[in-house]
Write a new protein. Structure first.
Length: 388
């Protein structure tokens, strides 16, 4: 236990005062008062050391007892006579301290004073340099610290609140407008750009050719083309147009169909979704999280889900491959509440980039980030390689 600085200073001051008094008293030799004889006390016989010594103490303050007092107490019996009247209080006169004793007391007093000063100085130095004692008084606006070990739930929640408000006010949740688009009539079917369509088809031909040769089971899970009207209807329900490369891909293969013994084809461990599955998955994710935190200033890409994202793949465990309909790049969301736009640990700038990276990985036997395609019994599987 650390004693406060004021207590140490008070102890040191008391020790100094006691030592000073002791030294002064030891150096002064008080004169003894003249001996007083009592009428009722007889002188003690002389001993070998010198003349007789008068009785002690001197005459009582209230006076010496008279003969009548002694007679009255004698009549009551010896038990009623006080000891000081019976002579039992006689003591020799108190002699002053000799020189050797005074010197010893002075030395020990000086030693005690020095020890007190050393201890007080060390405590003051420690308090000034090393001690960082917490405040023990709490104002109305201050929170008391958690004094339990382990801290209770109230302390933990208070700590979380302090961490959440350390950098500013807590974010306010507002409805996500991207999950609640204004109702629209069916939009007219929009054909993707011809140049984009040719680029998408070129990559799909490379993928189909490789699958036909090495993973025929996965090749058979590719669905036929989607109806342009169905794509337009889904765009109207979600309140946004699909990127041209994604629309061109759906118009060639409307996702993949999982067979009894083969998972549907997809990218980076996901099965590709059809147009209808994109809409159903989008609605389901919006039902789970249809709020923005921070209002219009918040970043939709920093949240777990935002309605402007387009789910294009699912792994069956609550994780999804998504395309940002505004920035057009590819990301993923997981079932632990995070969204990341480096799936596999690499940046994929568009859906067309994903198609090209997949075709390159299949033909050259390399990985996309930490995802590597492998063939097992005629089926394509994406495995996670060891990260370095």
């Amino acid at each position: 236990m650390i004693i406060s600085r004021r207590v140490w200073l008070a102890l040191a001051a008391a020790a100094v005062a006691a030592a000073i008094v002791l030294i002064v008293r030891s150096r002064r030799r008080p004169a003894l008062p003249a001996p007083v004889r009592h009428e009722h006390a007889a002188a003690r016989p002389a001993g070998p050391a010198g003349p007789p010594v008068d009785r002690w103490p001197p005459a009582p303050v209230l006076g010496a007892p008279t003969a009548e007092d002694l007679a009255r107490y004698a009549a009551a019996g010896p038990a009623r006579i006080p000891a000081f009247l019976q002579g039992g209080h006689d003591r020799p006169a108190r002699q002053p301290l000799d020189e050797a004793t005074r010197r010893r007391l002075t030395r020990w007093g000086a030693v005690g004073l020095a020890l007190c000063l050393v201890a007080a100085g060390g405590q003051v130095l420690e308090s000034a340099v090393f001690s960082k004692e917490p405040a023990t008084s709490w104002g109305p606006s201050q929170e008391r610290p958690c004094l339990t070990d382990p801290p209770g739930a109230d302390c933990l929640f208070a700590e979380l609140r302090r961490e959440g408000t350390a950098s500013g006010p807590e974010p306010v949740a507002v409805p996500d407008p991207d999950c609640h688009p204004p109702s629209r009539a069916a939009l007219p079917a929009l054909a993707p750009d011809a140049k984009v369509t040719r680029a998408v088809h070129r990559q799909w031909r490379r993928i189909e050719r490789w699958l036909r040769t090495h993973a025929p089971k996965s090749r058979r899970t590719l669905a036929g083309p989607a109806e342009p009207a169905a794509v337009a209807a889904v765009e109207a329900r979600m309140g946004r147009r699909l990127p041209d490369d994604l629309r061109a891909s759906l118009l060639r293969h409307d996702g993949a169909v999982t067979a009894e013994d083969t998972w549907g084809f997809g990218f980076l461990g996901n099965t590709s979704l059809s147009v209808r599955e994109i809409l159903d998955t989008w609605r389901g994710l919006c039902d789970v999280d249809d709020e923005d935190y921070g209002g219009e200033e918040s970043d939709p890409r920093s949240e777990w889900w935002d309605g402007r994202m387009l789910p294009v793949g699912a792994d069956g465990s609550g994780n999804h491959l998504v395309v940002d309909s505004v920035r057009r790049d590819v990301g993923d969301t997981d079932n632990e509440g995070t969204m990341d736009f480096t799936p596999g640990g690499v940046r994929i700038r568009s859906y067309h980039t994903l198609l090209k990276a997949t075709a390159d990985a299949l033909e050259k036997g390399r990985a996309i980030g930490y995802w590597k395609p492998e063939v097992v019994a005629g089926e394509l599987e994406w495995t996670v390689r060891a990260r370095r």
